[in-house]
Design a protein around this ligand. Sequence first.
Ligand SMILES: Cc1ncc(COP(=O)(O)O)c(C=O)c1O
Length: 468
Amino acid sequence: MDKESFRRHGYQFIDWLADYFEEVEKYPVRSTLKPGEVKDALPGGPPLQGESMDIIFDDFQKIIVPGITHWQHPGWFAYFPANNSPASVLAELLTAGIGAQCMIWQTSPAATELEEVVMRWLAQMIGLPESMSGVIQDTASTATLCALLTAREKATSYEANRTGLRRPLCVYTSEEGHSSIDKDVKIAGYGTDYLRHIPTDRNFAMIPSELEKAIEKDRAQGLEPACVIGTIGTTSSTAVDPLSEIGSICRRHGLFFHVDAAYGGTAALLEENKDLLAGAEDFDSFVFNPHKWMLTNFDCSAYFVKDEEALTRTFEIHPEYLKTGLDAEVKNYRDWGIQLGRRFRALKLWFVIRSYGVEGLRDLVREHLRLAGLFKKLVDEDERFEVMAPVRFSLVCFRYKKPGASEQELARLNAALLEKINRSGRVFLTHTSLKGSYTIRMAIGQRTTTEKHVRQAWDLISKSAAEL
Ligand SMILES: Cc1ncc(COP(=O)(O)O)c(C=O)c1O
C-alpha cells in the first residue's frame, strides 16, 4: 500500500469509526448470526494475490460487522463492560503504527518509562500504597497467574522454578472467586485439588473465620498453605471480601495475599470508596482492569506488587542476546511477567487519563453507580421481581419471581425472560447463579449508556415479563 492509499483509507476508517461510535445503537447488541455463518461466508483458503483495501473493507462491513457483538453499545449490560473511548482508540492506532515491541528499556525507553509513570499515577488515583510498583499485563487472568507463580516461589524459597513443585502448596479463594483463579492454579502447578473455595456469607463475601479454619486444617494435615486471593467485586454479584481481616490472617500465617479487583478496582477512584482499599498495606499484589471500566480499550490490566524483587526473581531470564549495558539502571519489563514481547499499552492509558482527567473518570463511574441505584429502585418497586444481592457497584442482580415456584421453575422462567429481552437486539444482559438461584445480571458501565437506556431496558424487561 502506498502512502496516499494509506492516508485515504486511514481517513476512511476513522470516519467509519466516528460514525460507529455515534450510531452503534442501530445494530442489535448481540450478534444475530448462527454458528458457522461467518465461516461459510469466507473462502476456504487465502488469496494468492493481494487484494485492494476497498474490497477488503467492503467484506469487513458485509461479513464481519454482522458477526460482531457490540460491546460499545449503550444497551450493553452483559458480563462486565469492556468500555473504550475515542482517546484510547486513537492511542491504539499510534501504538500499532509505531509498532514498537517493548520487551526491555532499550527497545523503547519511552514505553518503559511511560509505563512506570502511568502506573504510579494509577496507584495514586485509586489510593494504593505509594510503595507498590506497577506493570501492565494483558488481562487479570495473567496478573493472577503472576501472583500465584510469585507466591509459589516465595513459599519454596525460589526453589520451585528450578526443581518443580516437590510438595503440595494450598491456595485459598472464596467460592465466588473468579474462574481465572481455578485456571491459573492449574497452570501454575498447584493442582486444583489444593485450591480451597472458602464459604461466603449471605452477601457473597468470604467468611474470614472459615478461611482461617481451612488454613489450620491443611496445616494439621501436613499441607503447606501458600496464597490467598481476595476479591473486590466478585463476578457474579460484585461482593467485596473483608480484606483487612483476610490480610491479618495472611500476615499471621505468613501467606501471600493477592487481591483481584478486575472490575471493582475502578470504583476506588471515588473518594467515597476509599474504604475499598482499607488494609492495602497487607496486599502482596493487586490487579484491576482499566480495560473493563476505565475507558481504555481491551487489553490493559494494571498489576501492582509490594515486593518488586519477588516478582522479577520469579520471572527473570538473562540470555546473552537480551543483555544491555544499562540493565542495572533501568526497568526491563520482560522480567515482570510471562511474555517476553510486550505491546506499548501505556500509551492508551496515558491518553485516557490526560484526556478525561481524574475528575472526568470519576464522573463516569459516579454516573454508572447512580444508574445502578436507579435500576435497583425500579426492580424494588415492582413486586413481580426481586433483587438478589446487595448493589455495591454498578451491577444489579435480580430475577422474576413467582409465588410457590421451585428453583428449577424459576430458573426456566428467568432464562426464558432473558432470552426474550436479548432477542430484542436493544439490550444484552447475562445471567449467573447465586447460591443455587438463577439470577439475571444488569451490568451498567458503557461510556454512552444514559438514564434513557436504563429506563428503556427496564421497560423492555417489565413488558417481556408480562408476556411470559
Ligand atoms: C473478578 C474478576 N476477575 C478476573 C476476571 C478476568 O478478567 P480478564 O478477562 O482480564 O482475565 C474477571 C472477568 O470478568 C472478573 O470479573
